[in-house]
Design a protein around this ligand. Structure first.
Ligand code: AMP
Length: 284
């Protein structure tokens, strides 16, 4: 059902809309985002519509998940464009709170998820998963959706949110959606807008290098060797630093290798290209 979604900015307004749907016996899906929407986000709206009567998308650039040196101020914002795209995708309601609505003066609570949040992004961005878990817990409590959709593009984040929802007994089913890619295989990301034309061409090497690395892992080559080769190829093409290319278990996030990896492995990459940090992951 296309049309311009209503935008609400306060928790009481959000709850009033959801309560009206509930009173009519309807179900609700939520898609949390930071805006600057692309086809990856919209695929989650579509999945949500397959699972519930209505989709609520949130747009909130969450300061709690950015370190002081990171790109919070530069992060792309454009509510009008986002609202139009969400409307076309069939989203009924946008929750776009201000920072003071989410973190009023005196705010003092933080949700910390151990275990799956430890390696990779947890090591490279120590503030990140605490900020994500806190804001997603708040959004799910504020909205109370039946299901919430998150992208496998941020695979470790998806595991952290699943763990958090289970551990806190949140009555929302957490569902992952497949990574949506550009024609050349680059994972769609709001941060791709930072890439220069030259960098954008180079970025297409990430899926190429990773697909070949996954093939080598499937063929039984030792993870240590595959990871080192992939890092060397990315560095030779101008990426740097490569934060990691690492195989981890796709459920526990336990580090795999140095030998061959078995079923259930995933290969994760994070690499800088100029001022842009690209992340992606593949099932092995
Ligand atoms: P973000 O706005 O970057 O916080 O992302 C909001 C949601 O969209 C998260 O659940 C992401 O994992 C998901 N997402 C981002 N990029 C993609 C993509 N290329 N394909 C599928 N989901 C994505």
């Amino acid at each position: 059902m296309a049309g311009s979604p209503q935008i609400v900015r306060t928790v009481p307004d959000l709850r009033a809309r959801v309560a009206a749907w509930r009173a009519a016996g309807e179900t609700v899906a939520m898609v949390p985002t930071m805006g600057a929407l692309h086809a990856g986000h919209l695929s989650l709206v579509k999945l949500g519509l397959e699972r519930a009567s209505h989709v609520v998308a949130s747009i909130f650039v969450n300061p709690a998940q950015f370190a002081p040196h990171e790109d919070f101020d530069a992060y792309p914002r454009g509510e009008g464009r986002d609202a139009a795209l969400l409307g076309e995708a069939g989203c009924a309601l946008i929750f776009a709170p201000g920072v003071a609505q989410m973190y009023p003066p005196g705010f003092a609570t933080r949700v910390a998820v151990d275990g799956v949040s430890g390696p990779l992004e947890g090591e490279k961005r120590p503030q990140f998963f605490g900020g994500v878990a806190t804001v997603v817990a708040k959004l799910l409590i504020q909205c109370g959706p039946d299901v919430a959709l998150f992208g496998e593009k941020d695979y470790q984040q998806l595991l952290v949110i699943k763990r958090m929802a289970r551990d806190l007994d949140l009555p929302t089913e957490i569902i992952g959606g497949p990574t949506v890619r550009e024609a050349d295989g680059l994972a769609m990301s709001s941060r791709n807008a930072y890439l220069s034309v030259e960098e954008r061409k180079t970025a297409a090497l990430v899926p190429v290098v990773m697909a070949q690395a996954v093939e080598r892992l499937r063929a039984g080559v030792a993870a240590e060797a595959v990871e080192a080769e992939a890092i060397a190829r990315l560095e030779a093409a101008g990426f740097g630093p490569v934060d990691y290319v690492q195989a981890h278990d796709g459920e526990t996030m336990e580090r795999l290798g140095p030998g061959p990896v078995g079923a259930g492995a995933r290969l994760f990459v994070a690499a800088w290209l100029g001022k842009t940090r690209l992340i992606d992951n593949w099932a092995v």
